[in-house]
Design a protein around this ligand. Structure first.
Ligand SMILES: *[C@@H]1O[C@H](CO)[C@@H](O)[C@H](O)[C@H]1NC(C)=O
Ligand SMILES: *[C@@H]1O[C@H](CO)[C@@H](O)[C@H](O)[C@H]1NC(C)=O
Ligand SMILES: *[C@@H]1O[C@H](CO)[C@@H](O)[C@H](O)[C@H]1NC(C)=O
Ligand SMILES: *[C@@H]1O[C@H](CO)[C@@H](O)[C@H](O)[C@H]1NC(C)=O
Length: 844
């Protein structure tokens, strides 16, 4: 150790001696005192040196450069003639009478390189190397004006004190460009510069292609560099005024050497000299992960490295879906996302989904208004149909005065961070708004999507209106109760929650149809208008005088269950707003009649397609897959809506209606049950449902939970794929469709169940994946089945590795069905089954 120290001491003495030998003992080049190859200029504080150097030991090429004077490893921060090397050691750098630096070979007067300042009057010029590493050409003796500086013509290094950005007056924009290679300082492929279209951002380019983006300035740092906080070694100043848009880094301690380099492999790295290790330590670099690659997930996509349980980092922003599902499946996100099919933007009910911890999208398509606060920003975005989202322009100032960025057009290059970033508010239509509102509340502490209600004032207003309405209704209902023995109040109360919070309560005012109007709309319930026969009555098509078509469910008078179901359905569906749920327009009741008035869906039920030889071919695989996804989304909404869980209890093909575009809409909530947040399952003495769709624990023990709906969903999936009814499937040894599918699954022949009317036009992998999901949903034990949220995430990411299924429940056997059944047992459970009416009695 000691010896090494001595050697080092000797070497450095020699080094210093050599420097002084050649050194022209000054930091200045003048007309009469040029720098020849071999001379070295040292800045006043001994920080930087300027001279001739060869980066490549195998080449005689000489370059003029600036490097750290006190750093043992020669570290060049600037190169003058980077693309025009001098092939020998005869180079001379001088300053001329026009204020230009001039590099030439000894015997030639033609410049190899020169600065290019025009219009300077002849005078006394000198070039001085400053302690910042800046070479400046000054005019006059007192250095009062300068005509040129090396900081305006950087190479690959961004030094403290340099101004990176745009001079708005002259249009001059500084560019930092990588070297060609470690041994060639020529202009390389990667460059870094400011772009001011929209809101200013720094970009790293490869050639002309955007490669990485810092994001816009958030008041604290760049949106895409969350680690850039106050404790950053640098003091960072961002200036955006009428003169310039620049960023300047200053070191808080001048004895620390730090530089930012665009290196040859396209990385921006920040390096600091460590005296102890005698080396440069990299303490920051970008781009650092896949999500940093510019627009890795395409337009309206976002990149999330921390997505749980999924190995593809791309996803679509709320309200969007992949442009090409196939690319997405192949984990290629470049094509990005498009608005979900059926989205109705810019209509009443548009809302914003808060997307937290993000690097906001490329602001090239954005507008900035620093005078607006966040609330005004929202209003301004809502009022302009081209606006796709907004965010605060300065998160350091709080919601009130943070300025406003609104995006108009594509949202590119959005990513999330695990614990940094800002909030982005994305515009969605009313249907999507409702979905996110429920998601947000359920998993508020960990969910990235947070639902934002109407503006405070509006929601206060709505709330008031709601309570007033409620009050009036209660009174009214009370009166009705007196007359008809019917009241709205019971379920109303429990439903206040989601209703007031999500601000869509305005749609809840149902129309009370006049009996006369219904009678004439249905032509006095003419048989020709009859659409079908449900569990509790018949459904008729009706046409109002204004031409509007309706579906009217006339509850049978004999049904003792009708009243309860009617109350259920009215209060429940009124609040459910989702594109995959059928919409209730109103109701009608008189002394004798109870009717529900729905939107009319001309295509009727899913059963009329999949179980019909002639119509089955209309639904190709792509459509069937979309239907499966749609039903799943509708169920997610039901199961995870706010503090309540809604269990449908009678999900089956005939209760899924198709609209004109063949989008599925879940209907018939006559048997739905609402849960408060605490209870997840319940037991009923009255088992209602449809044989073939009922989970074993429900059919046998009257236990139901969201997992019972998952079971029915699984059956539905298998039916959609096979085109066969579960309960009308007797073949070989199998009791039903599930048994048959399970047999084939075990033999790896599951694809043979696929409906023959699909021909060969299906994606075998996708179909198999869906069969797998279907089987998972019909597993015997409720706890083994996924939740609907799980199902939708599987369906949207077919790269998910699915667990292998346990035996499905295809034979009714007595078991403890995975649920806690310690509570008092229900006595005789009557399973009164509707539609395909069968009644089973299971005495226990
Ligand atoms: C100097 O600038 C002029 C005008 O902008 C340009 O034509 C010329 O090529 C430049 N010369 C050098 C050496 O950069
Ligand atoms: C600057 O850094 C040097 C070396 O790390 C240290 O010795 C010195 O105390 C620092 N000066 C200040 C003012 O922080
Ligand atoms: C560029 O910087 C990155 C990050 O510091 C480093 O991993 C890479 O090796 C560097 N490339 C070159 C050519 O120096
Ligand atoms: C909406 O915003 C765009 C972009 O700022 C603007 O060009 C357009 O005029 C605005 N439209 C309305 C109706 O304000």
């Amino acid at each position: 150790m000691h010896q090494n120290g001595d050697v080092y001491f000797l070497l450095s003495t020699l080094f210093i001696f050599l420097i002084f030998r050649f050194c022209i003992s000054t930091d200045t080049i003048t007309l009469t005192q040029p720098v020849k190859d071999g001379d070295i200029l040292v800045s006043n504080g001994q920080t930087f040196s300027l001279g001739f150097f060869s980066p490549d030991v195998d080449s005689t090429n000489r370059f003029v450069g600036i490097w750290y004077n006190n750093v043992s490893e020669q570290t060049v921060v600037w190169v003058a003639n980077r693309d025009r090397p001098i092939a020998n050691s005869s180079g001379i750098l001088s300053v001329d009478e026009t204020g230009n630096l001039f590099l030439h070979e000894q015997d030639r007067s033609v410049a190899v390189w020169s600065t290019n300042v025009s219009g300077a009057v002849n005078g006394e010029f000198s070039a001085q190397l400053l302690d910042t590493g800046n070479l400046v050409v000054f005019q006059g003796l007192n250095n009062e004006a300068y005509s040129w500086q090396s900081f305006d013509d950087p190479s690959n290094t961004f030094l403290p004190g340099m101004k990176l950005g745009l001079d708005r007056k002259t249009g001059f924009n500084l560019v930092i460009t990588s070297w060609k290679s470690y041994t060639n300082p020529g202009t390389g492929d990667f460059s870094h510069k400011m772009e001011i279209v929209g809101s200013p951002q720094l970009f790293l380019y490869q050639g002309v292609t955007k490669f990485w983006r810092t994001g816009s300035w958030t008041g604290r740092g760049w949106s895409g560099i969350p680690e850039m906080t106050n404790s950053f070694l640098f003091n960072v100043t961002y200036v955006n005024n009428n003169d310039e848009v620049v960023i300047v880094y200053l070191l808080s301690n001048s004895s620390i050497f730090t530089r930012l380099v665009v290196n040859e492999s396209g990385t921006m790295e920040r390096l600091s000299w460590n005296d102890g290790d005698r080396g440069w330590n990299g303490d920051w670099s970008a781009p650092r992960d896949r999500c940093d690659r510019y627009n890795h997930c395409g337009r309206f996509g976002f990149c999330d490295l921390y997505k749980p349980g999924v190995n593809f980092e791309c996803d679509c922003l709320p309200g969007y879906e992949p442009e090409s599902q196939q690319d997405w499946d192949l984990r290629d996100g470049l094509k990005g996302c498009k608005r979900k099919v059926g989205t109705r933007m810019c209509e009443v009910g548009d809302g914003f989904v808060e997307f937290r911890r993000v690097k906001v999208p490329d602001t090239s398509t954005a507008r900035v208004n620093m005078s607006l606060g966040l609330e005004a920003c929202r209003e301004s975005c809502l009022g302009n149909c081209t606006c796709t989202g907004y965010a605060s322009a300065d998160i350091s100032k709080g919601a009130g005065g943070g300025g406003c960025i609104t995006w108009h057009g594509d949202m590119n290059d959005t990513r999330t961070f695990s614990d940094a970033g800002q909030s982005l508010y994305i515009r969605v239509d009313a249907a999507e708004f409702a979905t996110y509102s429920s998601k947000g509340k359920n998993r508020s502490h960990k969910n990235r999507f947070l639902f934002i209600g109407l503006p405070t004032i509006a929601s206060v207003f709505l709330l008031c209106t709601f309570f007033i309405c409620c009050y009036i209704r209660k009174k009214k209902a009370k009166r009705n109760e007196d007359q008809d023995g019917f009241s709205f109040t019971n379920n109303m109360k429990s439903l206040e929650g989601p209703f007031k919070e999500n601000g869509i309560g305005k749609n809840v005012d149902l129309h009370a149809f006049d009996l006369g109007a219904i009678v004439s709309a249905t032509d006095n319930f003419s048989p020709s208008n009859k659409l079908g026969e449900g569990g509790f009555g018949s459904v008729y098509k009706g046409k109002l005088l204004n031409g509007q078509e309706l579906a009217i469910k006339r509850l049978s008078q004999s049904s003792g269950q009708g009243m309860q179901e009617f109350k259920n359905e009215v209060t429940l569906i009124a609040k459910l707003q989702h594109r995959n749920l059928v919409r209730l327009f109103g109701y009608c009741f008189s002394k004798e009649e109870k009717m529900l008035v729905y939107e009319y869906l001309p295509n009727k039920g899913l059963d009329s397609f999949i179980f019909d030889q002639e119509k089955a071919p209309i639904l190709d695989w792509k459509k069937r897959f979309q239907i499966i996804q749609g039903i799943a989304r509708g169920l997610v909404y039901l199961h995870h809506d706010s503090r309540l869980r809604i269990i449908h209890r009678d999900l089956k093909a005939s209760n899924v209606l198709l609209d004109t575009d063949l989008n599925p809409k879940i209907s018939d909530f006559g048997m739905a049950k609402i849960f408060g947040g605490v209870d997840d399952e319940a037991r009923t003495r009255r088992v209602v449902g449809t044989y073939g769709y009922m989970s074993p624990e429900y059919a046998m023990e009257g236990l139901f939970s969201v997992k019972s709906d998952v079971f029915s969903f699984g059956i539905l999936v298998l039916e959609i794929i096979s085109g066969r009814k579960n309960n009308s499937y007797y073949q070989e040894n199998s009791l039903n469709l599930i048994g048959h599918v399970w047999d084939l699954w075990k033999q790896d022949k599951a694809l043979t169940i696929v409906d023959s009317s699909l021909g060969d036009s299906f994606n075998a992998r996708e179909v198999l994946f869906c069969i797998h999901v279907g089987i998972l949903c019909v597993q015997e034990l409720a706890r083994d089945r996924p939740t609907m949220t799980g199902v939708t995430s599987m369906l949207s990411n077919q790269e998910t590795i699915l667990p292998s299924p346990n035996q499905p429940a295809f034979v009714f056997r007595k078991l403890n069905y995975g649920m806690d059944s310690t509570s008092a047992s229900a006595g005789g459970v009557a399973c009164s089954v509707c539609d395909d009416t069968i009644t089973i009695l299971h005495p226990r």
